[in-house]
Each structure stands twice: as C-alpha cells, then as structure tokens.
Design a protein around this ligand. Sequence first.
Ligand code: MN
Length: 389
Amino acid sequence: MYAAATDPGRVRAQNQDRLYADGSVFIVADGMGGHAGGNVAAEVAVSETVASLKAGHEPEEAIQTANRSILERAAIDVALEGMGTTLTMALMDLEDAQADLFNVGDSRAYLLREGRLTQLTNDHTYVQELVDAGSITHEQASTHRARHVLTRVVGVALDVEPDHFRVPLQLGDVLLLCSDGLINEVTNAEIAQVLGSKLPQEAVDTLVRMANNHGGSDNITVVVVRLGDPDREPVLLAQEGQRLAEAPQVVPQTERSLKTNRIPSPLPANMTERSAISRPLIRATLFVFLLVLFAGVVVLAIDIYAQHSYFVAAFGDRVAIYQGRPGGVLWFNPHVVDLTNIRLSQLAEGVRSQIQHRITEGSLTQAKQFVRNATQQFHSTTIAFGGIG
Ligand code: MN
C-alpha cells in the first residue's frame, strides 16, 4: 500500500521536484540550477532511471545512465548548464522482504518501525561532512548557511556514486521518501506521529499540508509505502515524546566516498568551528566559578574575624564573655560563651564602665584574664568593705 504527492509549496514559483511510484520502484528527485535547469534535471533523472531499470539494467547503471543524459542535455543548451538533481530511490522486493535504497544528494529515506523513526540515508551535503567530522553539531547543521550545498549530485560530474543500503523489512514497516522541503518544515516527531497513525494516502496529504502550514518555503515531495495487510487499520504506534533515532541504524553496504561532485566554497572559520559556540560558555562558567570562589574566601575571612574574637560585656546584670564582635559583623552576631556569677553592681566603677562600653576586645585568653582581674578587684573590694565593716 503506497501513496505519493509533490507540491510546489507556498514560496517557489515552480515545482522542481519529481517523483515516481509504481508499487515496486519509488523515486524522489529534487532538481536545482537555473530557471529551467532544475525541472529538466529532475525530470530526466526520473525518466531515464526508470527506463533503464525497465530495460533490465542494474540500479547503479540506471542512475549512471540518467547522470549522463542530464550532462548531455546541459551540453547542448547553455541555459541548462550546471543543472543537477538529488535522487533517492527505493526498490521494493516484497518476496524477500527487503528494500534496496539508492541515494545521491539530500533527499531522504526514513523507516518507521514500531513507532521508531530511523533515517536510512546519509545527506551528501557539506554540513553533513562537518557533522561527521565533529566540526559542528546536528543543531548547528540545521541552521547552517551552507546547509543546501550538496557534495554529490546527479548530472554534474562524469561519474556519480550513489550510496546503496539494503533494508530488511517486516510487516507494519512504513517507508518514507521525501525531499528537503518536508524535512525543513516538519520535525521527526511529527513525521513519526503521522506515519504511525495514518494510512499512506492520508499520511502523504497530512505531511504536505503540515509542510505548507509551517511555511512551505520549498517544493515538497512525499512518498509513503506501508507493508502490511491492507484490510487492517494502522495501529497507532508513535508515542508522544518517544526518543527518535538520529543516526541511521542500517549499516551502509558501500562506504561513503569522499569523492565530491561539487566543490563547496570555503566557509568563514567561525561557522565551521564547534568552539566558536562553546568558548564563550567556558569563559562564562570559569568567571562564575571564580566569583563563587572569591565570595567563599571573603565569607571565610569574615567568619574567622568574627568568630575568633571575644569581648566582655553585661548579660543582664552579670558579667559574660561573648564570642564575636560587639554589634556583630554582617550576619555573625556575638553570643555568650561564658556567663559568670559576677554582678556588675559588685564591680569597681572603672571596670564596670569598661564592660558597659564593651571596650574589651581580644582573644578568649585575654577575655578570661580580664574577668579574673575584675574578680580579684571585686574580692579586694569586698575585703576592703569587710575591713571597714
Ligand atoms: Mn528542495
């Protein structure tokens, strides 16, 4: 069961996407280059590939034939010079329950299995190479100014090297082929939700409508193939908030080639370095860390200053030794560490005045010494009084 649609979108004057779907061969081509070039390149790519397949040629050979045909057309018409196209093709082999995928460029194939959406193809773009090299992140790639620069295109160089993936299939699998006009407007989560809950025709219509509602800035092409009993209703598989696989889980059968069909123009260094983003972050983190460290040292110093000094003062009418500073330091309030039985009224006038004015700061030893002296005066006074009495 399958459905397919292509739509110009809401911004582009014409649709340079082409598609083909016949139940066993499915192709999406996204043409580019000039006013007419993109149309011609995509058109020729699809028609020549299909014709070559039907003539019994191997898929890689069919794509080579299409590649040459586009070059030949460009050679005889100056207006078409430099035209090219992406090409994503799925050949379904339902007897062996597998699909052969071929890809050149940045149109994509996805597989939805048990609610999980997996991207099967690798983009042949300059930013994808930067991501693979670890130079930029997936997030940076999606907004990178060179994200549309392709490193492999059909119809630009004498040879084209498509990626080839073989994907084992099972009942309930949903295969999606699409151009970047869908990917740039609709999230993976939204795609998984639609593919998991709707039959192919409704899924295709919904995805095209969503891409248009989100801006429709490019041509939109969607092909949905569902493997299963056509009488059975689709089970709602995609769940809200489910983690979607970012990396393809299917191992490519051919190694990705570094050979490029189009040399991308050099990019400003600040756009190609991951560190351009992370360096200010590291600086900010270090600054906050040093600030906290400094604050900690200040607090510790105040603490030592406040807690390691003592003074003698009145507690009610009794003499007490306080830890801290008279009046307190910031949030460190002085507190009594030794409450004596000596009453202020029993002390000599000079000593009492000193205590009342809290002018007796120092160490604990000094504070105790002061109290001892005051006590001795108190005793001598008593004796003196006793002497008189
Ligand atoms: Mn496009």
